[in-house]
Ligand binder design. Structure first.
Ligand SMILES: Cc1cc2nc3c(=O)[nH]c(=O)nc-3n(C[C@H](O)[C@H](O)[C@H](O)COP(=O)(O)O)c2cc1C
Length: 196
């Protein structure tokens, strides 16, 4: 484990994650749905952030994940202010679980569409994580910043691991997808795609 920045400092930093400034004088640049559709042209992977509250384990599906810094090791997610997970991610350890293309049910489960298959919880670190994920990063909160109707949550990586034989779950233009497989003749083959 690396240094953990606990309560007082975290709350001080999270204060930066203040509500949006009241700059309503600025006209909206466009229709939010059109903007969202345009942003959806950026293909991403999918992660589930997992954490413990009381005796229970929780998760939230996110595609705004990105790496930020190697020294110190920092990662970032952009969380809706309405997310129940947000307050927890700013004040306790959480795990980033990178999902594989066989974990669509897990992505749906933690995006508000509960699935019947039980989650394969692994409890070998500060935060619970999801077994069978291609990669995971254990994080402690580092900072929270204002991101308009979102809050930018930075986590400091304290442990991590990966599987070599995994393939990622992708999200593109509002659809779930997977990497194209290269066939024996060297051509790309059948990327799967499903509506969210
Ligand atoms: C593909 C996908 C990506 C998502 N990415 C984000 C994200 O980056 N940030 C966010 O706050 N919510 C994101 N969501 C929405 C949350 O998963 C969803 O609102 C969830 O129910 C919030 O749970 P919570 O209120 O328990 O935190 C995403 C959903 C999907 C399906």
């Amino acid at each position: 484990m690396t240094d953990v920045m606990w309560d007082a400092e975290i709350y001080e930093k999270a204060a930066d994650a203040r509500p949006p400034a009241s700059d309503t004088a600025l006209p909206p640049i466009c229709d939010p749905r059109q903007l969202r559709n345009t942003l959806g042209n950026f293909a991403t992977g999918v992660v589930v952030l997992t954490y413990q509250a009381g005796e229970d384990f929780y998760g939230v599906t996110v595609n705004s994940f990105t790496s930020v810094s190697l020294d110190p090791p920092l990662v970032l997610v952009s969380m809706q202010r309405t997310s129940r997970a947000l307050a927890y991610l700013l004040e306790r350890p959480f795990a980033v679980n990178v999902l594989g293309d066989n974990q669509l049910d897990t992505a749906l489960h933690f995006a508000g569409k509960p699935q019947s298959r039980p989650v394969d919880w692994v409890t070998d670190g500060p935060a619970p994580r999801i077994g069978g994920s291609p990669a995971y990063l254990q994080c402690t909160p580092w900072a929270g910043y204002d991101g308009g109707d979102h809050v930018l949550v930075l986590g400091r990586v304290t442990a991590y691991g990966q599987q070599d034989d995994a393939r990622p779950l992708l999200f593109y233009r509002g659809q779930w997808s997977a990497l194209a497989q290269e066939s024996e003749d060297g051509t790309a083959n059948g990327a799967r795609s499903e509506r969210s």
